[in-house]
Each structure stands twice: as C-alpha cells, then as structure tokens.
Design a binder for this molecule. Structure first.
Ligand code: SAH
Ligand code: DHB
Ligand code: MG
Length: 221
C-alpha cells in the first residue's frame, strides 16, 4: 500500500465520478503554469466539499486560503446563483490568478476574493456584521489554525459546518514532541477543538494523490 497505488485509485475515482470540466481543468492548469505549490484539493475532495455544502443548503460560504481558486469553484457551484462565497487570500498574485479562474468559470458574480492576512480580514468581516456563513472551509497556513477556527465559529450560526483541511499531516499529528510548525499548529488547534463547547467535531483520515492527510469537520451547536 503506497503512494503509487493511492494516486492510481485517485485517478480512477476522478475518471468515474467527475465529468470533464473546462473551468476546473483550466484552474488546475493555471496553478501549474504559475508555479504555485501543488496543494489544491484533489478533484474528489473538491467534489466532497461541494456535495456537503450543497446537501446542507449552504448559501453563504467562507473560505480561508484561495490559492488558484480550485476549491473555490467547487464551493461556488454549491451555492445558488444568489449565494455568495468569500475567499480570503494573503498573496495578491494567487488572488489575481483565482479571479481570472472565477471569470472563466462564469462565477465571478458570486465569489469575492479578499486579499490580506486572514488574521486581519477575519475581524474585518466580523466588523461588517454580515449575515452568518453557513459553511466554512479552512485551508491556509496551520500556524494560526486555532485562531481561524475561532473566527469561523464566531462568523457562523447554529447548524453551520466548518471543514478544516490537512489535520493529519502524514500521521505527524500524534507526535507530541514534533518541531514541525504545521504539526504544532494542528495539535494546538485540535486541543482547542475538543474543548470547544460551541461545536461537535470529527476527523477523517484520507489518502489521495496528495498523500496521507485528513480533514476535520465541525457542526456549530
Ligand atoms: N483552498 C485552495 C488551496 C489553498 S493553499 C484549493 O484547495 O484550491 C493555501 C493558501 O493559503 C495559499 O494560497 C496561501 O497563500 C494562503 N495563505 C497562507 N497564509 C495565509 C494567511 N495568513 N492569510 C490568508 N491566506 C493565507
Ligand atoms: C500543504 C498545504 C495544503 O493545504 C495541503 O492540502 C497539502 C499540503 C502544505 O503546505 O504542505
Ligand atoms: Mg489543503
């Protein structure tokens, strides 16, 4: 059981479950062309996010970490045309690539990409007193994961769903003495999560073309 097999099975799953899709393929290709890190969600995980958000009837979605907007397209397609996705991104170059991808996907009317450190843009969102978000996808740096999650809960309502990517880190998450800043960030988040009486949560381990990792899913009570 190895990466090679996980990748082949991932390709098989994509082939049988995801129809050819010009906008998604162009977004993925744009990330490669711009030399962005290969860390967008996989097609199967993007579709999983889409299905959960859609089944949940989410109309307002918040994303933290846009990159080229690959996951953003999946999320925007889950909300009705009058729904909205706000995606937070610290890198202006990533945001511009993502905006082009939203245009190409025909969804720029319902996607707003806000540039800035999420630690600054999240309190701004709160200050605007917008309607709560129904669904939040957290996929930026792990250092401030605990803070992002806290804001996500504050910006949500009872019944909102919060999904956090990359919480297993090849199993590194169980290493109490890890020096890896990502593992440390995830462990600090997990400790807060289990103590947080505002939510109930689970974690799912995954293998994919991107290796061994996992996501957390929380329901706001
Ligand atoms: N969700 C995307 C992948 C996001 S990769 C997808 O699946 O397609 C993580 C992104 O988070 C990168 O673009 C990175 O620039 C951004 N990021 C990192 N630190 C951030 C911060 N402090 N605030 C906002 N965005 C950040
Ligand atoms: C990394 C980040 C991600 O968001 C991801 O899905 C996989 C890997 C990373 O920074 O290593
Ligand atoms: Mg990720």
């Amino acid at each position: 059981m190895s990466q090679d097999l996980w990748t082949k099975v991932d390709e098989y799953i994509n082939e049988i479950t995801i129809k050819p899709d010009a906008a998604l393929e162009a977004a993925a290709a744009s990330a490669v062309t711009a030399n962005l890190p290969p860390i967008s969600v996989t097609p199967a995980h993007g579709k999983l996010l889409h299905l959960i958000a859609r089944a949940h009837g989410s109309k307002r979605i918040l994303e933290i970490g846009t990159l080229a907007g690959y996951s953003t397209i999946w999320l925007a397609r889950a909300v009705l045309p009058n729904g909205q996705v706000i995606s937070l991104e610290s890198d202006e170059k990533h945001a511009q690539i993502a905006r082009d991808n939203m245009l190409r996907a025909g969804i720029s009317g319902r996607v707003q990409i806000r540039v800035g450190d999420a630690l600054a843009t999240l309190p701004q969102l709160a200050a605007e007193k917008q309607q709560p978000f129904d669904f939040v996808f957290i996929d930026a740096d792990r250092t401030n994961l605990a803070e992002y999650f806290d804001w996500a809960v504050k910006l949500s309502r009872q019944g909102s769903i919060i999904i956090v990517d990359n919480v297993v880190r090849k199993g590194g998450v169980i290493d109490k003495s890890s020096d890896d800043i990502n593992v440390k960030g995830v462990r600090r988040f997990n400790e807060r999560l289990v103590a947080d009486t505002r939510v109930t949560a689970t974690m799912v381990q995954t293998v994919s073309s991107k290796g061994y990792d996992g996501f957390a899913m929380a329901l706001v009570l």
